[in-house]
Design a protein around this ligand. Structure first.
Ligand SMILES: *[C@@H]1O[C@H](CO)[C@@H](O)[C@H](O)[C@H]1NC(C)=O
Ligand SMILES: *[C@@H]1O[C@H](CO)[C@@H](O)[C@H](O)[C@H]1NC(C)=O
Ligand SMILES: *[C@@H]1O[C@H](CO)[C@@H](O)[C@H](O)[C@H]1NC(C)=O
Ligand SMILES: *[C@@H]1O[C@H](CO)[C@@H](O)[C@H](O)[C@H]1NC(C)=O
Ligand SMILES: *[C@@H]1O[C@H](CO)[C@@H](O)[C@H](O)[C@H]1NC(C)=O
Ligand SMILES: *[C@@H]1O[C@H](CO)[C@@H](O)[C@H](O)[C@H]1NC(C)=O
Ligand SMILES: *[C@@H]1O[C@H](CO)[C@@H](O)[C@H](O)[C@H]1NC(C)=O
Ligand SMILES: *[C@@H]1O[C@H](CO)[C@@H](O)[C@H](O)[C@H]1NC(C)=O
Length: 236
């Protein structure tokens, strides 16, 4: 930060000299301009500004950032008060762990129709205010442990139309508000590796909209798998 300001000061001194010679500007008005420019730059460095390809609307909830259909290949740098992030229909293939950690206000995250092949652990860590997470129509193959964890206000998670074959143990945890988890159109592998997810689903069998349509690659509903069969394989 200090280095950036230092560089800026040197540059501004040169600019000032030139301006001073040309227009005889007095020092006070130059100072005011510099202070204003500093303030804008500092605000931008600390809070992040609206990504140039996106459009942002601010209100008292924070920034509503719309990057729908912009051919983005990665998550742009975002304002730290982003509460609604629309990245629908882009070209995003990977997201780094902790990618959203500096966005504590985030409520709604739309990543539908991207090129995601995987989600690493801790991608959505500490998104304590997130309500809805849209990940449908990607190419995700595996849900790793600690991926959907501690999102205590999440109501909806949409994962239909991916290529998910495996869901690791503790991939989903502490989703205390979850009412809908959509997993339709994923070729789940229903050998012994499905056991952890199957148990998680059975514990929530009273909530109809949680994973009720999760289907094995052979067409059998995960919920209808027989506990006796899975129990034996669990003991192996
Ligand atoms: C801010 O705007 C969004 C729509 O972009 C709206 O859903 C939200 O309720 C607004 N919040 C406030 C506090 O006005
Ligand atoms: C964003 O950063 C600014 C400056 O550090 C800070 O004052 C503000 O509280 C932050 N907002 C959020 C939502 O973290
Ligand atoms: C999308 O990303 C792929 C690589 O992941 C690249 O080959 C392709 O050119 C990108 N398409 C656009 C429209 O940016
Ligand atoms: C997530 O939040 C918990 C509790 O607030 C905190 O202990 C932990 O360090 C946070 N994790 C990260 C990666 O920031
Ligand atoms: C989940 O939250 C608990 C309590 O805040 C914290 O101890 C734990 O480390 C968090 N889990 C992860 C994976 O961050
Ligand atoms: C789906 O995943 C399998 C591996 O589980 C892979 O062989 C296949 O190419 C993937 N299909 C698509 C359309 O990405
Ligand atoms: C769930 O949250 C509780 C308390 O907030 C914490 O003790 C526990 O470690 C969390 N579980 C996971 C899997 O993060
Ligand atoms: C699908 O696979 C599961 C688990 O291996 C098995 O229990 C079930 O009978 C199979 N269903 C069909 C229609 O083959």
């Amino acid at each position: 930060m200090m280095r950036i300001l230092g560089v800026f000061e040197n540059v501004s001194k040169v600019v000032w000299k030139v301006l001073n010679k040309r227009c005889n500007m007095n020092i006070i008005s130059m100072d005011i301009i510099l202070i204003f420019v500093f303030a804008v730059i500092c605000a931008g460095l600390v809070e992040g500004t609206c990504p140039s390809t996106c459009s942002c609307v601010d209100n008292s909830s924070g920034s509503h950032v719309n990057c729908n259909s912009k051919y983005l290949g990665r998550i742009p740098t975002l304002p730290n008060d982003t509460y609604h992030l629309n990245l629908h229909n882009n070209n995003i293939s990977t997201i780094k762990a902790f990618a959203f950690m500096n966005l504590p206000s985030l409520r709604n995250l739309n990543l539908n129709n991207n090129k995601l092949r995987s989600l690493v652990s801790y991608t959505f860590i500490n998104l304590t205010n997130l309500n809805a997470l849209y990940l449908q129509s990607n190419k995700i193959q595996l849900l790793e442990r600690n991926t959907f964890i501690n999102m205590t206000k999440v109501f909806y998670i949409y994962l239909q139309g991916n290529n998910i074959s495996d869901i690791e143990e503790h991939a989903l945890g502490n989703l205390t508000s979850l009412t809908l988890l959509r997993l339709t159109a994923n070729p789940l592998n229903c050998d012994c590796s499905i056991f952890a997810f199957w148990s998680w689903l059975i514990e929530r069998s009273s909530k109809y909209y949680i994973g009720s349509s999760a289907t094995c690659s052979n067409g059998t509903l995960v919920k209808s798998l027989q506990s006796a069969v899975l129990d034996t394989c669990h003991r192996k």
